[in-house]
Design a protein around this ligand. Sequence first.
Ligand SMILES: Nc1ncnc2c1ncn2[C@@H]1O[C@H](COP(=O)(O)OP(=O)(O)O)[C@@H](O)[C@H]1O
Ligand SMILES: [Mg+2]
Length: 345
Amino acid sequence: MLYDVRHPAKGDRNIVELGMVDKVETDGNRVTVTLAFPKHRDPLAEYLIGSTKAALIRHIPGVEAEVKTVIKDAGKKPAGLDLGTEELANVRHIIGVASGKGGVGKSTVAVNLAVALARLGYKVGLADADVYGPSVPKMTGTENEIPEAYKEGEKEIIMPLEKYGVKWMSIGYFAKPEQALIWRGPMACNALKQMILQVRWGELDFLLIDMPPGTGDIHISLVHDIPLTGAVIVSTPQAVALADVEKGVNMFRNESIRKPILGLIENMAWFTPAELPENRYYIFGKDGGKKMAEKYGIGLLGQIPLVQGIRESGDEGEPVALSSRPDGEAFVLLAEKVAEAAARL
Ligand SMILES: Nc1ncnc2c1ncn2[C@@H]1O[C@H](COP(=O)(O)OP(=O)(O)O)[C@@H](O)[C@H]1O
Ligand SMILES: [Mg+2]
């Protein structure tokens, strides 16, 4: 039954296979399992303790289950994807761009924020970790390019693509979207770790990570293995999207994750028609993002309008942040705020 307890950050292998079961003791109807954790604290410890207890209760009627922990080297290092973080050694800020749900413009914001930060003179990279719907290749007009990869000793190194002054990497360069869609948890996790940890980023001020939508296992695994310095959360102002923001915020504030949230970015904050550039229509309601930011005690980093040109430039592979149109400048303002918030960390 302990085989049922899987470690989501370790390719979903079970605790027995991972050598984490230190002792099992019985005394009457009492069963005590001791789990071994390596010297550093595992952010998923609580989760694993709970799952182990649940597995005991499920399989042994009337059991009095107890789970203890001990800190020690959990046996030999299991074979698997342990990529190390050497390629991130010269990256100053690693910032996750997250949202509680899809379709709120997370990728649009991530790509334009990257371009705008580069316009401000920062060295910037963006890793598209949305294995279920990579959109960076299309949004940057790089969908027909294939990054170079080579072996360096035992290690496989992938070179990022460079365009618009930003280094780009995406799973979309290697797999067609239809393929990415059938990936299951552990495989998706591994692929996206490679997209970040095997890439020769070089020296960067900012590495943005376009996270997959949602708040599931993939996220926990990602924040566990990638040394994020913080996160920004993208939302639209509708109430439903805001309920999802709550999930996103709670994820980063979670006991076992605890990553600082730089702030909220309200996308589609209002609609401005091309022919009436001075007008603002609050079609999703006004100031939803501001209220949410206040509620959670996080800053509102910026508001991006809903403008036809933002979608079009995304479809054309020329991010609007390259232009000095007002919608492009909105991203430059945002970039200044993000850089400020990151510097305060
Ligand atoms: N501010 C905006 N104005 C106009 N269109 C937008 C804006 N933000 C996003 N979009 C469009 O909405 C769609 C979803 O955006 P996308 O960035 O792919 O969302 P996500 O990554 O959250 O799924 C895309 O077609 C994109 O061009
Ligand atoms: Mg996306």
